[in-house]
Design a protein around this ligand. Structure first.
Ligand code: SAM
Length: 245
């Protein structure tokens, strides 16, 4: 296939192709905010009741039942964590390299409760309605420029009261200094972007927390929170949104 420099899925596939040999691709450890989110799923999320967990402080955080889906999993770190928490876990990815490397690892280690599959951006997610108890997508979902369709798909495959968590760049993220506008809601990383491997990749641009909440208006119990750090050379600023169907 001819490499189309502007296709975000192929840009990511190529990004992973260049990784050195080893285990799975991408992050080697699970996302801290995901771990915290899942660990608190069965705890009461209000200040009065949050600490009312005496005698089940550990038990509440494990032995989950049901199915989880990770969109844009990249590597196995989050899926292994979800599986350790008890979920039957599936990951979908636009990058063929990512799926290949993950499947090799799963086979080699005889991992039972994780499946990974290829998926095309902006497209139908190949599961029946009301399949999942949890759907997640961190640092990736915005690469679907038809974000409204993908969010509808997430709603379709979630069970009633099923949970979701996604993250988006906030407008303060350091990467926002390196954007070209493609269309009303679509931006791409410009040629000045310091990470040359992702230059030209297009994504849906969320302009504010209110905009983010509007995208998820069909869901209930929504919460948006921010994570920021100046630990790395590029200022990191993310908006996370979680809620229920
Ligand atoms: C920064 S990595 C994050 C990986 C993983 N979610 C994590 O938290 O470790 C971005 C991921 O988005 C994936 N990606 C690219 N286009 C995508 C799309 N349209 N939908 C979902 N994921 C996509 C890439 O292949 C890559 O694995």
């Amino acid at each position: 296939m001819k490499f189309n420099k502007k296709d975000t899925s192929l840009i990511w596939n190529k990004y992973y192709q260049d990784f050195e040999d080893g285990d799975w691709l991408g992050n080697q450890y699970p996302n801290e905010f995901l771990v915290r989110y899942v660990s608190n799923l069965r705890k009461k999320n209000d200040i009065k009741n949050y600490f009312n967990d005496k005698g089940e402080e550990i038990e509440l955080k494990k032995n989950f039942k049901g199915k989880a889906l990770e969109i844009g999993f990249g590597g196995l770190a989050n899926l292994l964590m979800l599986s350790a928490k008890g979920f039957d876990s599936t990951g979908i990815e636009v990058s063929e390299n990512s799926v290949k490397r993950s499947n090799t690892y799963i086979k080699k280690k005889k991992i039972k409760k994780i499946k990974t599959l290829k998926w095309d951006k902006n497209s139908k997610i190949s599961f029946k309605d009301n399949t999942f108890d949890l759907v997640i997508g961190l640092q990736c979902i915005y690469y679907n420029t038809d974000i409204k369709y993908v969010i509808q798909e997430v709603r379709r495959i979630l069970k009633k009261d099923g949970n979701f968590i996604f993250s988006f760049f906030s407008n303060k993220h350091g990467y926002m200094n390196y954007i070209d506008h493609v269309d009303k809601n679509i931006i791409k990383w410009s040629s000045k972007h310091p990470n040359k491997r992702i230059v030209d990749s297009e994504h849906y641009h969320v302009k504010s927390k209110a905009h983010l909440l509007k995208l998820f208006s069909d869901f209930k119990s929504k919460k948006v929170f921010t994570f920021e750090t100046d630990q790395l050379p590029i200022f990191q600023s993310w908006w996370y949104i979680n809620g229920k169907k």
